[in-house]
Write a protein that binds this ligand. Structure first.
Ligand code: NAD
Length: 330
């Protein structure tokens, strides 16, 4: 079984090489993205393994099919970058890793929140240069504030429970509310507008779909408190970034902790430190003292990486053996 892995980094290669000791697949790791220009490289392989910023649109899926690929194994939970309709038409199976460590993502969301509210990046930079002054570093207690959790699946639930531990009031929104879970924790589901209005901290944990694209936009930002902070570890396009930048410039929003960005695929996971960033929206975002950006890092813990590798290779083995695909995306 020959597998082509796209957009891999050293941590992927280490985790998958370790996990593959139990599977013994023939794996080639590529560091480039899967897209229209590179898809031909799948020729000679049985399976393609792709990640969040690979392109799996109609054109790419047709090329993969022509190359003899029958299975695309996503080594992530989200699959918004896959044209599922075309995949089904072509008879290409898509599998994913629905859950690896929801704690890894929720804990990173909390790290972004705390870094933002306690100005840790600024404090770190100062003390490294021997500057121990505190001007401009005044933070805010989370205790007593209201957290709005948008999307209460695996990650959103953990985020709600962690923030509840800080003594925050928890408000929730989900198109499929889990009322029993909410009641058992004393949390409350509210209408979406109320979530935007009430939240001191808004944390995004829903998938990117046609219905959630730009769910944070001019209109919803206008509902929010001027000192509210937004944490996004979901997908970049949940936020209309231009609207966020405008709200930040007008001081109509308190800050943002972003692990994802809607145009991240060109920049994230690569070193642009000696190059010119041509994306003016990203460049502008990076200038705000009340914005923290991490490069789609929330999943990156040792626990999550080894779980991703085990489940991905297990998905491929199930497909190879003709057993039911528990993690198939339909
Ligand atoms: P999940 O499927 O367990 O939960 C998603 C929840 O969102 C569900 O409860 C669903 O009902 C809800 N939802 C769907 N549409 C909605 C809408 N229109 N409005 C409100 N809620 C809606 O998924 P999860 O494992 O909790 O992951 C959530 C998202 O986090 C993923 O879709 C993925 O995009 C993102 N993610 C990011 C990273 C990272 O490294 N930054 C890692 C893993 C997942």
């Amino acid at each position: 079984m020959k597998i082509a892995f796209y957009d891999t980094r050293s941590y992927d290669r280490d985790a998958f090489t370790a996990a593959n000791k139990n599977f013994l697949f023939d794996i080639d790791f590529f560091d480039f993205h899967l897209n229209e220009k590179t898809a031909f490289s799948a020729k000679g392989y049985d399976v393609v393994c792709a990640f969040v910023n690979d392109t799996l649109d109609s054109k790419v899926l047709h090329i993969l099919k022509d190359c003899g690929i029958s299975l695309v194994a996503m080594r992530c939970a989200g699959y918004n970058n896959v044209d599922l309709k075309v995949a089904a038409e072509l008879g290409l199976k898509i599998v994913r890793v629905p859950a690896y460590s929801p704690h890894s993502v929720a804990e990173h969301a909390v790290a972004l929140l705390m870094s933002l509210t306690r100005r840790i990046p600024q404090a770190y930079m100062r003390t490294r240069t021997g500057n121990f002054t505190l001007n401009g570093l005044t933070g805010r207690d989370l205790f007593g504030l209201t957290a709005g959790i948008l999307g209460t699946g695996k990650i959103g639930k953990i985020m709600a429970e962690i923030l509840s531990g800080f003594g925050m009031k928890i408000e929730l929104y989900d198109v499929y509310p889990d009322k029993d879970w909410a009641a058992s924790h004393g949390f409350e589901y509210v209408m979406l507008d109320k979530l935007f209005k009430d939240a001191d901290v808004l944390s995004l944990h829903c998938p990117l779909t046609d219905g959630t694209k730009h769910i944070v936009n001019d209109k919803s930002l206008a509902l929010m408190k001027n000192d509210a902070v937004i944490i996004n570890t979901g997908r970049g396009a949940l936020i209309d970034t231009r609207a966020l930048v405008n709200a930040l410039k007008r001081r109509e929003i308190g800050g943002a902790g972003l692990d994802v960005y809607e145009e991240e695929s060109k920049y994230f996971f690569d070193d642009w430190s000696v190059d010119v960033i041509k994306d003016d929206t990203l460049a502008r975002l990076m200038t705000f003292p009340n914005v923290i950006i991490t490069g789609h890092q929330a999943f990156l813990t040792t626990n999550a990486l080894s779980a991703i590798a085990d489940v991905t290779l297990g998905n491929i083995r199930d497909w190879m053996n003709g057993t039911a695909l528990a993690n198939e995306v339909k």
